[in-house]
Design a protein around this ligand. Sequence first.
Ligand SMILES: CCCCC/C=C\C/C=C\C/C=C\C/C=C\CCCC(=O)SCCNC(=O)CCNC(=O)[C@H](O)C(C)(C)COP(=O)(O)OP(=O)(O)OC[C@H]1O[C@@H](n2cnc3c(N)ncnc32)[C@H](O)[C@@H]1OP(=O)(O)O
Length: 218
Amino acid sequence: MSMLDGHEAERKTREQIEAEAELFGPLTSSVRSLIDATVMTDAAPEHIVRARALVEEAAALLDSRRMSAPFGTKWSADGTRRSWGNAVIGLRNPIAPLLEVAYEDGLASAEADLGAAYEGPPGLVHGGVVALLLDQILGGAADHAGVPGMTGTLTVRYRKGTRLGPVRVTARVDRVEGVKTFAVGRVHTADGLCAEAEGIFVLPREVRDMVAEMGRPQ
Ligand SMILES: CCCCC/C=C\C/C=C\C/C=C\C/C=C\CCCC(=O)SCCNC(=O)CCNC(=O)[C@H](O)C(C)(C)COP(=O)(O)OP(=O)(O)OC[C@H]1O[C@@H](n2cnc3c(N)ncnc32)[C@H](O)[C@@H]1OP(=O)(O)O
């Protein structure tokens, strides 16, 4: 598989994309609520059985027509892009905590409210989920700084348990060495600093070759 598979030029207008966001955003939000309700419900057995039938009916409706491949990344001519299937920020992905990432003065920051679906140790966020959030924000910081890459190495130091609930994730680029971007980041809750990470993001050889090819005079 090529690293470039799943990247494609956007064929929709801004208005069409906005209409899609208005259609799918609320669906994603409803399914996210459904996930939380599924984890947390203490309803009567007959209600669980009824809910399951409704969910299966909804799944069959949605499945009546499927895309031929996962969403991937669609690039608009103006340089904007959408990765609506992304596991952290995908607008169409109900398991994505939907971190809205803000960029200011080289710092990427995002907040999320992590509910029961993200539990690892009792009452705490699963360590893999903490790493997931960090991976995305560190990668976003590298990308936003103009030195993007695939995660080559991600090192996470868990300083204290991350309590379920509101979390804040921040990251910035520390340095660039050739094709490697070193980014660092942190996760905070009301309890203070919970995790720190360093990531090495590498622009894949195939993309480097493509960029070199495009830059070569005819
Ligand atoms: C139009 C197309 C645009 C394509 C854009 C491409 C990239 C990304 C773009 C945007 C990203 C935007 C936002 C990001 C947001 C979130 C981030 C989520 C990221 C992920 O969820 S991503 C999934 C998990 N990730 C993988 O699935 C990677 C699998 N893996 C590989 O794809 C290769 O393995 C790769 C690319 C890592 C290296 O491959 P390669 O062939 O380019 O490497 P090569 O041998 O040439 O080494 C060159 C220099 O990197 C050093 N190096 C090599 N490997 C290293 C490693 N693992 N750790 C640390 N350093 C490493 C060498 O030591 C050498 O260093 P030196 O130059 O100093 O000698």
